[in-house]
Design a protein around this ligand. Structure first.
Ligand SMILES: Nc1ncnc2c1ncn2[C@@H]1O[C@H](COP(=O)(O)OP(=O)(O)OP(=O)(O)O)[C@@H](O)[C@H]1O
Length: 341
């Protein structure tokens, strides 16, 4: 487990991280998301002892990193692998040598190096490229070299600094699948920082949202998507769920009330709205809808309009709750007010 306690960091008298505390469960894939300048890279560099915090503690499996002397910190760092957005490969060296370098530093003998490097190149799907040079390979293949290099020393933790930000969507998907395989088959704890909510949705178990150097929200990924509390979190969620309502729909809202209905864990494929309409006579106008899968659970969200505000409407809303649907009224002042004028 990685535990971060009350981390503060400033550069040139400017606070970059303020009172950061996090617990990252062993064996999980943990995401830290934030906009540019939020402090993500600084935080991950502190976890990897590349940057010392001004105050606070970092525990890696109960060992407090910054209480150790330099040599012991170096030993701890060997148990942590790291990959980067821009790969940082040696272009004059072959794929094999780029991966072998970490073993050479440890003075591993030649036979053992050959065996281990080929094993890890096979794992990342690059066994046929051992004599190629990085510049002959695609971005996704370069990131696979970076991953092989990070794994060759058998670390327990893998830190990913915007590892897919330079890749196209298809390659991103393949690299994320590889990270999942590393997590499942090798049992590594993975911490990744990103500004891409897609990355969080696809592979993370938990996520922390970092804004201006502070954690503003932390939860499992399903709850972050279903019930984001802070505006920045909502913006990240909306960036991939696309919950915006067409402007023309607002013009018809003058006599209605808007509700966001969240269907989760088992209610997505039931005809809930038709059942309720049949029972109560209340009709729902659907303005927006999304159905997706998060952490292997179906997840659906509808924005609906109800025109009347009589007893039948209240009954319909009560019935929705019995299906486990979360209901949130969207107040008119929360939406484009100019549409009503
Ligand atoms: N070594 C440094 N010296 C001075 N300022 C720094 C240093 N490293 C980071 N900063 C500043 O700290 C703030 C946070 O930077 P950081 O790189 O951690 O953010 P980030 O969320 O990773 O952003 P990005 O995604 O753009 O890299 C920025 O204002 C940056 O300029």
């Amino acid at each position: 487990m990685i535990k971060i306690e009350n981390i503060y960091k400033s550069f040139d008298h400017k606070n970059v991280l303020t009172n950061i505390s996090l617990e990252i469960p062993k064996g999980s894939i943990y995401g830290i998301i934030g906009y540019s300048g939020a402090g993500k890279s600084t935080l991950i560099r502190i976890i990897n002892a590349l940057e010392r915090p001004d105050s606070g503690k970092v525990f890696i499996n109960n060992t407090e990193l910054y209480s150790l002397d330099k040599k012991k910190i170096q030993n701890e760092k060997k148990r942590i692998g790291m990959i980067f957005q821009h790969f940082y490969l040696l272009n004059s060296k072959t794929v094999f040598d780029n991966v072998a370098i970490a073993l050479k530093i440890n003075k591993t003998d030649k036979k053992e190096t050959e065996k281990r490097v080929m094993e890890i190149l096979r794992f990342v799907g690059l066994e046929n490229y051992k004599n190629s040079y990085p510049e002959q390979l695609s971005g996704g293949q370069k990131q696979r070299i970076g991953i092989a290099r990070a794994l060759v020393n058998n670390p327990k933790i893998l830190l990913c600094d915007e590892a897919t930000s330079a890749l196209d969507p298809e390659t991103t998907k393949q690299i994320l699948e590889l990270l999942q395989k590393i997590n499942r088959e090798l049992g590594l704890t993975i911490v990744l920082i990103t500004h891409q909510m897609e990355v969080i949705k696809n592979i993370c178990d938990r996520v922390a949202v970092l804004e201006n150097g502070s954690i503003i929200e932390e939860n499992d990924v399903f709850n972050i998507f279903a019930f984001p509390k802070k505006t920045t979190t909502q913006k990240f969620v909306e960036s991939i769920l696309h919950q915006d309502i067409p402007d023309s729909a607002y013009k018809h809202l003058i006599n209605g009330r808007l509700y966001k209905l969240t269907f989760s864990k088992g209610h997505v494929d039931e005809p809930v709205l038709s059942n309720i309409t049949a029972e109560t006579g209340v009709n729902f106008s659907i303005l927006q809808g999304v159905v997706t899968e998060i952490q292997e659970h179906f997840f659906g969200q509808l924005i609906v309009k109800l025109t009347s505000a009589d007893k039948r409407t209240d009954t319909a809303l009560e019935k929705l709750k019995t299906y486990g649907v979360e209901i949130q009224e969207i107040k008119k002042e929360e939406i484009h007010y100019e549409c009503f004028t």
